[in-house]
Ligand binder design. Structure first.
Ligand code: NAD
Length: 486
């Protein structure tokens, strides 16, 4: 789908002409609901979660190892384009005493056999962004639960298709937003839930991570998919790491709702300078080009120009008057940060490094940022129970300091116990689709864009995410994960 460059063409291309829009904003029309919403969906408990993982590049194998460590979970099938990428985690599984999963590889549609496999009840997607929508839709239409890497979907129209399928088939569809399970993020959630930061006013999140070298390697992003995205799109393609946790703090989609977004990107300077400095390496990569994939040739992607500006800044305003700033920069030599700032009438928490300041009117004794001792006391008092109980195991099993494991653990625990998942299909779509909304706004010099209410009004009644944990003792094999040497 092409970028909608004007207000009129956005409305037209989205089939939204005539939509009632808020004053001055590029608007959208909400299609009618065909099935009851799935906001707090509970499904029949799965005695065994049988996972099929699609995409075994840099991200997928870690999921295989983590999922295998969870009691009552089996990785039953694996799929990738390349046999060797299926073979490596298969060997790991058998060497660690697990049954060999079925392997589906060798062609671009082999993954469909994994979805069709009756021995798979959870499809776990870790392929390039460009593949997510087709895989998610196919899995939902085959009544399989889906967990999909970030971002799940880029276009508003695809969101509606995914939501309609999830509502029709009554299955779960969860964005694998691991940053919602970070130690600091869960600490913030717990403090917010206990009212320590007061009424929430403003949040800031980001994905600032220097990925220049990764984009120009022939053994990293398969087929240069990320570089190609940068060549073809502006806006913020990867908002969810910073945005997801803030939406959870603010109950966005569950009591509040995004209303309008505006975005401006800087120009592109980072890649252009990088390719000059690394000219010989880039020429060698061009000589090894494997042709055209993901909508453009390798040579064109390596040559540029790239539409994606270095720094993308969006501001979102919610129905209840809160603001969220979201940034993206993967082409500057900046130290990693997701910012993770949440500010309320009684205090503020900000990460990188973790700092907390509480209003002394309510919480004695400090003014300004808490000192090291005070910070330690606050963290000890408000650490999320999931981290308190399972944090040590998570850190040992790994994945970004343990948050990836806690995400997988909660996902599987909820499926095993017939509980609603922490991230529903509406949140998965709304957090992801900032990609298209920011691209439209940026292409129109920061014009405000209305954010579709994917819940079709259900946000007013959906319960906020609680302080949820897992009861490992419920399962007789609870110690299995702790014995696994990963
Ligand atoms: N949550 C996080 O912290 C985090 C971190 C890294 C990556 N990711 C996400 O994970 C996803 C994968 O990223 P990556 O870095 O592993 O990319 P990658 O290119 O290393 O791996 C993608 C894999 O998908 C396979 N693939 C492509 N088309 C396929 C098809 N038709 N059928 C089966 N397999 C296919 C490729 O062969 C490759 O092995 C992306 O969505 C990315 O944004 C998330």
């Amino acid at each position: 789908m092409s970028l909608f460059s004007t207000r009129r063409s956005f409305l037209k291309a989205s089939g939204m002409m005539g939509a009632a829009t808020m004053a001055g904003a590029i608007g959208c029309k909400i299609p009618g609901r065909k099935h009851p919403h799935v906001g707090g969906l509970s499904c029949a408990p799965l005695e065994t979660v049988k996972v099929g993982v699609i995409g075994l590049g840099m991200r997928g194998p870690g999921a295989v190892y983590r999922l295998s460590a969870i009691p009552g979970v089996r990785v039953t099938a694996l799929s990738d384009l390349f046999e060797a990428r299926v073979a490596a985690p298969t060997s790991w599984l058998t060497e660690h005493g697990f049954s060999a999963p079925k392997g589906y590889f060798g062609g671009p549609d082999e993954w469909k056999k994994l979805v069709d496999d009756p021995d798979v009840n959870l499809v776990y997607v870790a392929t390039p962004w460009q593949m997510h929508v087709e895989m998610v839709k196919y899995a939902l239409s085959h009544k399989k639960h889906v967990a999909c890497e970030v971002p799940m979907v880029f276009h508003v129209e695809d969101c509606w298709d995914i939501i309609d399928l999830a509502e029709e088939n009554r299955v779960h569809c969860m964005l694998l937003e691991n940053c919602c399970y970070g130690d600091s993020e869960m600490l913030a959630l717990n403090m917010v839930r206990q009212g320590i930061l007061g009424t929430l006013v403003h949040g800031e999140g980001a994905y600032i991570h220097d990925l220049r070298a990764w984009n120009f390697k022939d053994n990293s992003y398969e087929g240069f998919w990320r570089l190609k995205w940068n060549a073809q799109h502006g806006g913020n393609p990867y908002a969810t790491h910073g945005l997801g946790p803030i939406c959870q703090y603010m109950n966005v989609g569950r009591g509040d709702q995004m209303r309008v977004l505006t975005c401006l990107n800087s120009g592109e300077f980072g890649f252009s300078e990088y390719v000059k400095v690394h000219a010989a390496e880039i020429e060698a990569l061009k000589a090894k080009s494997k042709g055209t994939k993901y909508g453009m040739s390798d040579v064109d992607a390596l040559t540029g120009p790239w539409k994606q500006g270095d720094m993308s800044t969006s501001i979102i305003k919610t129905v209840k008057g809160r603001t969220i700033l979201v940034q993206h920069d993967t082409t500057s030599p900046r130290p990693y940060t997701r910012i993770n700032l949440i500010s309320g009438t009684r205090g503020v928490l900000q990460d990188y490094p973790l700092r907390i300041a509480l209003d002394p009117q309510y919480t004695a004794p400090h003014l300004g940022w808490a000192n090291e001792k005070q910070l330690g006391e606050i963290v000890a008092k408000y650490r999320h129970p999931l981290w308190e109980e399972s944090g040590e195991l998570a850190q040992r099993l790994g994945g970004h300091g343990g948050m990836d494991f806690l995400m997988d653990l909660r996902l599987c625990y909820c499926l095993q116990n017939g509980l609603p998942l922490d991230i529903n299909v509406y949140e998965s779509c709304q957090w992801s689709v900032i990609a298209e909304l920011s691209e439209i706004s940026n292409a129109n010099d920061g014009a405000p864009v209305e954010v579709p209410d994917f819940t079709r009004g259900a946000w007013q009644d959906l319960a906020p995410l609680g302080i949820e944990t897992v009861d490992l003792e419920l399962n007789q094999d609870a110690k299995a994960g702790q014995q696994l040497n990963v």
